[in-house]
Design a protein around this ligand. Sequence first.
Ligand code: ADP
Ligand code: MG
Length: 321
Amino acid sequence: MTAPLLSARGLSKSYRSRAAGLVRALDGVSLDVAPGETLGIVGESGSGKTTLGRLIARLEEPDAGTIAFDGEDWLALSGHALRRRRRDLQMVFQDPKGSLNPRLTVGAQVREPLRVQALVAPREIPARVRELLEQVGLEGDTAARFPAQLSGGQRQRVAIARALASAPKLLVCDEPLSALDVSVAAQIVNLLLELREKTGVALIVISHDLAAVSRLADRVAVVFAGRVVEEGPAAEVLSAPRHPFTAALLDARPAPPGVASRTPPRQAAVDAASPGEGCPFVPRCPIARPRCRQEDPPLSEVSPGRRAACFFPAEVRPRSG
Ligand code: ADP
Ligand code: MG
């Protein structure tokens, strides 16, 4: 196996908030991304996915853990060295309205990383901007327009073009589809597939859209309450889950048009385990046994290339129907 491009170990992050006290957003998350690979990260709202993306992109610092990126201690970089290396790891956010500058033309925003990082000669910049816009399916004259003059899908294409300007090795996309209509989201999925093919960029795609993740991702990590509870090849994890939370996510997925919506899984009548004891999923687990209330299952191999944090992975029932 090739050396991973990104290798995170034991990432933890807590926030202190007046309303909720100390919130453990991430609790010892480890993951690897190979060069050119797409890792999907799925999980319900509030499970720590954005925190994970922000730590990897170094928009925030973890309380604990390590990140190796492209052979370097990523967390040790600072100042000029970090600014230089940021070109290799870019981020695309959920809401392109928030991530684009409303006062700058599209061209100015795509030009900026080229200029700041001195990636191409000044006189080649306009041609490179056009090329980047074309690469994301936008007409060259989009460069003269402002974000407010574009549709949501076009804006997300601009955000992707800007992220690709520095020819990154890894692109972290946090819910890149969730501000978009279904048909536009499908086009952005196609675009990401195409760009990955053309540029060889590795992707981390954080999304609650399981259908999109199954199209995009080679591997998937399922996050529950700040931890990875299941991990493996996307096609296998999403068709035959080995953790009951993954099965519940698949069950809760909206039915395709014309198919009767499934009733949500019945929650087991189990009291919440006291903190620090047992499996954190016990209160919602349909297959919990006494052991699950006493011991916290570690993420461990359940079959070659697949890991799950469950004592009874063989009893997890995949989505029926
Ligand atoms: P997700 O992206 O999976 O919805 P987040 O990473 O945004 O989850 O959040 C994980 C948890 O951390 C949530 O409980 C959230 O409220 C909390 N959290 C995230 N960012 C902050 C912050 N800056 N201050 C306080 N709490 C935060
Ligand atoms: Mg989020």
